[in-house]
Design a protein around this ligand. Structure first.
Ligand code: ATP
Ligand code: MG
Length: 548
């Protein structure tokens, strides 16, 4: 099945789904630019009337405030709609990425640091939202604003227009210098804050070792250094922030002062800079307005740059090769009726990284209903064979088949009824005791869960809990041995054909081991069992196969 994973396709689909929103946003943007230009022009007329000794009149005053109100309204509407559209894009992107995550092969997770993947979901997607919310769209709006203001100023005063044209690049450069320094300070602070926030859980996790090894002062010193770095970075950022605004205010006042001075010089200067009092008021108003979008454009360039890096990382993620498609035509009946052995490996070669081979030509098979124990030195590849049987990895060469079909082709929906996999340690999921066993699989009823718990001898322990089977499960609810029993209950609840047991008694005391082995013996009846163990788990256990 082909999945839509191109970033462009995801963005286009989201924008098309929000067609009405996009059109309204465009209209709002035009409104914000036009109504942003009008109030100083109305003000100019009012002041000119007053200087001519006439009253400006109520309609003009009402018009002025109406224009101001509309300008503010369109601006607010524009911000709101850009945010809504940005959030829609983020939601579309995150759900496409989440779907992709479940289609990635297990190899991806061995070669990638989980933190790197998480940061693609969080930080990188946020930068794409910023690309819309405070990047491309806002930059286009701000460029339009600057151009239209400069154009109006040109009409009102050619001299001031030229002055602003000359000043704009200087001002823009200055703004960028400040922004880059502030960004560097922000990044330093973010790094320091992440060190600070990691330090606390790390200390809590290792607190016993820290006390036993007397490392308290070392931990305090590390925490202090991270705090100090963060403090210095925040100070730097505050300093740039504090001096930028006064510099802009002084520059804007200087422009107005130069304009006034030149207008008072007479002659050709007067022709270039001279204007009515009303125009002077309007132009002063515009000069104040031109600095804000210029400052925003600098920030928007920054956002677009970081969004580009984020987009690149999201694109890399979406282009990751996906796991092989399962053979959806396979059914439980076809597998059961195939007459093939339960499990068969044929000249199997496998490496995790494509370089270092872990399995070098393994060939063996397990007949239906047979019990086989895999033995071998540590690191020989015993657990790896289980991962290949579960279809998590593809062999480099040779075959891994389950009931006559390649393991990787077994559809996910059949897997739980085919395999009961008990790992060396229990994987707790957030939820109740029932959910630990059923894993929210609606094919497993409450009575299946209770039967599985009875089979492993945990029923009475669970009934004694405050809410019985509905007790929320935490790490301290059961002992390690009881969790191992719960793990077996989880494996047998779906009544699987084949049990895969990976050194499940390795960390248990003799008495608990006895309990677990007893539970297993019952669970193994009428099933194929492949176990990895240093000891045979049943007196009547079948043959042993050495790996490596
Ligand atoms: P043990 O008896 O200690 O459990 P094992 O026979 O089960 O050992 P495996 O866990 O299959 O051994 O590992 C075989 C080799 O594959 C080891 O050298 C290990 O370093 C490597 N290996 C295991 N899992 C991964 C992985 N996810 N990515 C890369 N290499 C791995
Ligand atoms: Mg192992």
């Amino acid at each position: 099945m082909k999945h839509k994973t191109s970033l462009k396709a995801i963005l286009l689909t989201t924008l098309l789904q929000a067609k009405a929103l996009t059109v309204v946003l465009l209209l709002t943007i035009i409104g914000a630019i036009v109504f942003g230009l009008l109030p100083p022009l109305v003000l100019e007329r009012a002041v000119d009337r007053m200087t001519a000794g006439e009253a400006p009149g109520l309609p003009l005053a009402v018009l002025y405030f109406a224009m101001l109100g509309l300008s503010g309204l369109f601006d607010a509407g524009k911000e709101f709609l850009i945010t809504v559209l940005g959030q829609r894009i983020t939601r579309g992107l995150r759900s496409a990425m989440c779907e992709k995550l479940s289609r990635l092969p297990a190899q991806y997770y061995t070669s990638q640091d989980p933190g790197a993947t998480v940061s693609r979901f969080v930080g990188d997607v946020d930068t794409v939202e910023a690309l819309f919310a405070s990047g491309i769209v806002s930059m286009a709006v701000d460029i339009c604003k600057v151009c239209s203001i400069v154009a109006v100023i040109f009409v009102k005063s050619r001299g001031l227009g030229i002055l602003l044209l000359l000043l704009t690049p200087v001002l823009f450069k200055l703004t960028r210098v400040f922004q880059k320094r502030m960004l560097a300070a922000h990044l330093d602070n973010r790094k320091a804050v992440s060190r600070v926030t990691h330090h606390v859980p790390e200390t809590i996790r290792n607190i016993r070792m820290i006390h036993v090894m007397a490392r308290e002062s070392y931990m305090e010193q590390r925490y202090g250094e991270a705090l100090e770095d963060s403090f210095r970075a925040v100070e730097r950022s505050n300093f740039y922030d504090a001096i930028y605004s006064p510099i802009i205010t002084v520059m804007s006042a200087l422009v107005v002062a130069v304009m006034m001075l030149c207008a008072s010089l007479g002659g050709s200067w007067q022709a270039l800079f001279g204007m009515t009092v009303g125009s002077a008021v309007a132009v002063t108003n515009y000069v104040g307005k031109v600095f804000t979008p210029l400052e925003s454009i600098g920030m928007e360039i920054q956002n677009i740059q970081s969004a580009m890096a984020g987009i690149q990382r999201i694109r890399e993620f979406l282009n990751q090769p996906e796991q092989a498609d399962a053979n959806e035509t396979l059914t439980a009946e076809t597998l059961q009726g195939s007459g093939a052995p339960a499990v068969a490996l044929e000249d199997l070669h496998f490496s995790y990284d494509g370089k270092q081979e872990v399995l070098h030509g393994c060939t063996w098979q397990v007949g239906r209903g047979e019990t086989v124990t895999l033995t071998g030195r540590t690191g020989a590849g015993k657990s790896t064979i289980f991962k290949l049987l579960l279809g998590l990895y593809q062999p480099d060469s040779g075959n891994v088949s389950v009931l006559g079909s390649p393991a990787a082709e077994v559809p996910a929906k059949l897997r739980r009824h085919l395999f009961g996999y008990v790992e060396q340690s229990f994987r707790l999921v957030p939820g109740t005791v029932v959910e630990q066993i059923s894993l929210w699989d609606d094919r497993i009823s409450l009575s299946d869960v209770v039967s599985a718990a009875k089979l492993v001898g945990l029923h009475d322990v669970i009934c004694a809990l405050p809410k019985g089977y509905d007790t929320p499960c935490t790490e301290s609810l059961f002992s390690q041995g009881q969790f191992q029993l719960l793990s077996i209950a989880r494996a047998v609840a779906a009544d699987p054909e084949i049990l895969l047991l990976d050194e499940i008694t390795a960390n248990l005391d003799a008495e608990t081991e006895h309990l677990v082995l007893d539970a297993l013996q019952k669970a193994a009846e009428n099933r194929t069992v492949v176990s990895i163990s240093h000891r045979l788990y049943s007196k009547s256990a079948g043959r042993q196969t050495a790996i490596g």
